[in-house]
Design a protein around this ligand. Structure first.
Ligand SMILES: O=P(O)(O)OC[C@H]1O[C@H](O[C@H]2O[C@H](CO)[C@@H](O)[C@H](O)[C@H]2O)[C@H](O)[C@@H](O)[C@@H]1O
Length: 262
């Protein structure tokens, strides 16, 4: 892990970048409940400008389902890998879905535990089940134990321990595989991959982009294989806004403004 006092800022995006972005804790600040997350309207504008400047090579790679992300990012309709790569919408709109192993047993175990405590939330997604304990952190160990057992009894599933959440998902689905698949297709093909994320599920994506000479950006604290850091979602949003200005039609004015400040 890099020392917090000496973070390595990522290089700026350029016109040949392919940009991959995690959502919760990266583009959007974390919130108490999944449905209470806030998307600043300026973020939609920034992503739209980057999508234009990078000829469409901007994708969201998230644990959330595509349907939720489309609603949160409306009117944008980006290429999205949802549920940690279980589902993936390509740039041409084609939708791929991995076959999901049986999830009913895990869901039943998660709901049985959630029935015992206020604040435990069960989220059934296409191809995954999440048990959230952000509102009942004292239940963390019992959630981990129950989900570990349930997943061990369910062939083909693996357990992710994210930020105040335990998620059972197909073992074959990773953000790394999703990013690799995008990089084989236009408009991502041949571009320099950049991926920003904040959580353990993003580590596979960091490995994938760094393996092809790209840039991995860890948002916030915590151990990571990523070689670059940005402190918070707000700082990432500011970095993206600056990149959109530098790459977009108003870039000459942005460069002049930057020069006049030196
Ligand atoms: O891969 P991501 O885009 O980071 O998605 C990971 C999970 O994010 C959501 O849960 C997390 O964010 C919530 C809202 O800020 C927060 O309440 C929760 O504690 C976090 O774990 C989402 O609900 C999950 O489905 C995603 O897998």
């Amino acid at each position: 892990m890099q020392p917090r006092s000496h973070p390595l800022r990522p290089p700026s995006l350029d016109a040949n970048s392919a940009l991959f972005l995690d959502f919760d804790g990266t583009l959007a600040d974390l919130s108490p409940r999944p449905e209470s997350v806030h998307v600043p309207p300026e973020l939609i504008d920034t992503l739209q400008r980057l999508q234009h400047a990078l000829q469409g090579a901007v994708a969201v790679v998230s644990g959330r389902p595509i349907e939720q992300l489309d609603a949160l990012l409306r009117p944008l309709r980006l290429p999205i890998a949802g549920v940690h790569g279980v589902e993936r919408r390509c740039a041409d709109g084609y939708l791929q879905r991995l076959a999901a192993p049986m999830l009913d047993h895990v869901e039943a175990c998660a709901r049985a535990l959630a029935a015992q405590a206020d604040g435990l939330l069960v989220e059934r997604k296409p191809g995954a089940v999440a048990l959230h304990y952000r509102l009942a952190p004292e239940w963390a160990d019992r959630c981990r134990d129950a989900m570990t057992v349930a997943v061990s009894e369910s062939p083909g599933l693996s357990l992710l321990h994210g930020k105040m959440v335990l998620e059972a998902k197909p073992a074959a689905a990773t953000k790394g595989h999703a990013i690799e698949a995008y990089l084989r297709e236009p408009p991502f093909l041949g571009r320099r991959a950049v991926f920003a994320g904040d959580d353990v599920t993003d580590e596979a994506g960091f490995v994938a982009v760094q393996a092809v000479g790209g840039t991995a950006i860890k948002i916030g604290d915590g151990d990571s294989v990523a070689q670059h850091r940005i402190d918070s979602p707000a700082d990432l949003r500011a970095w993206l806004t600056a990149a959109a200005a530098a790459l977009g039609p108003d870039r000459d004015r942005a460069q002049e403004a930057a020069l006049s400040e030196t």
